[in-house]
Design a protein around this ligand. Sequence first.
Ligand code: MSP
Length: 510
Amino acid sequence: MAEKFYVTTPIYYVNDVPHIGHAYTTLACDVISRYKRSRGFDVYFLTGTDEHGQKVETAANANGETPLELADRVVKRFQSLWEKLNISNDDFIRTTQERHKKTVTEQFLKLQAKGDIYLGEYEDWYCTPCETFWTETQLHDGSCPDCGRETTKLKEESYFFRMSSYGDQLIKHIEENPDFIQPKSRRNEIISFIREGLRDLSISRTSFSWGIPAPGNEKHVIYVWFDALTNYISALGYPDDKDGLFEKFWPVNAHVIGKDILRFHAVYWPTFLMAAGIPLPKKVFAHGWWTVEGQKMSKSLRNVIEPNMLADKYGVDPIRYFLLREVPFGLDGDFSHSSLISRINSDLANDLGNLLSRSTAMLGKYFDGVLPAPGPNDEIDKAFTGRFGPANEKIDKLYDDMAFNKVLQTIWELISAANKYIDETAPWSLAKDPAQQQRLGTVLYNLLEAQRLIALQITPFMPDTGAKILEILGVNPNTTLQNNDSWGELAAGTEIAKAAPLFPRIEAGE
Ligand code: MSP
């Protein structure tokens, strides 16, 4: 039976329109999903929207619509963006769906029956925009330590989750599972947070009504994080599991999130799961944040980068490539139009695009576009063709660490090696000597076969480009890596026409 792979994005708030930060997480999950499918895994890729809470209620009131009307309107913007960016999610969960509400309600009842949810009273400093309570010591000069805005002291009746009971068990889990929190640099931050002592967590509110009611006490709605995090199991049909998805896909292989919501995923969520007796996620990976031309991206600075606009201007595949190539996943990065343009011109148009047009042009010129059978390999050929097996193995390991930029670097090392191989073997000189005809055929075969393997590795990042290269090479564009990643599968006799440029160069200022 195929190995399974379950990966999730955070569910996005519907009080904001999608920007590159959201697209980044979703793209990363898409790339790894496509890679794993290509390797024969049975993949479940989940994304969705987080639709409850005070912010949505307030925004809807201000617009004169109901919260659900607002959610219905904004969710389409996410869904159409994912379609445009070629996102291959298997499911899309909305927290307003019945299937989700049912799971949250049942989770609540289960933990309540166990004594892990109890009714108490809450008093603390609340940041409304962040929907987060802070203790006195966490505040920065009385303001929210996350967003810097004013906080207010709130006291209200609230249900609590007995998070304090699970700190030791969680530390033990983190220590025994070194890959649980990635990147590694973030583990210590979480461990020290837990060591400071976990307080019981307030998980309901009476101050607004847009949410899932607490069962049996409907003046309370369940607080957003208890509601939102549960999406990762409600989408699988937990606990009824009529379709067997939970049984098959849980525990999740990776929750991919931004660094700002790591605590919710690496502390709150695992303790909810422990209380419910559900196995913990295998990995929580927190990526960094994008700034724009050196500045924080924000509506007030009017510098929010909309992926829709970028895709229209530069094309979907170049954007997908750039976002995952530019910055190591896990670190912060800066978006600038000039670095995007220079990557498109140098990596895509020059390195990748020229390689294909040069080699297909030579095949046309010297062999009428019909791929010859290769003769024996010389040392120089062996050095070149021998790179591909180890590169495939290296890439597979890099995916386990979500090191997308290193995967792309490794692919581009192959592309550079191929360009260098042309310069070193100088097919144009071989073509002048009829005695070198077989040697010339070997060189061109090796070049084009290399590009078949390169295209297979590129496809998760740039699905259209990968398919296009395969088609040019006369290979079925749906070919996967599994069983097709060893050297020498391109069939002699295949007709390969001269390829038009894959990526037009972009002049600065365009
Ligand atoms: N609804 C919660 C998540 C609940 S998950 C159970 C939420 N939503 S969000 O829409 O505000 O953010 C979603 C993701 O976008 C987060 O992972 C966040 O890190 C990411 N980003 C928001 N701005 C970003 C950048 N500027 N750069 C990179 N990622 C950013 O939080």
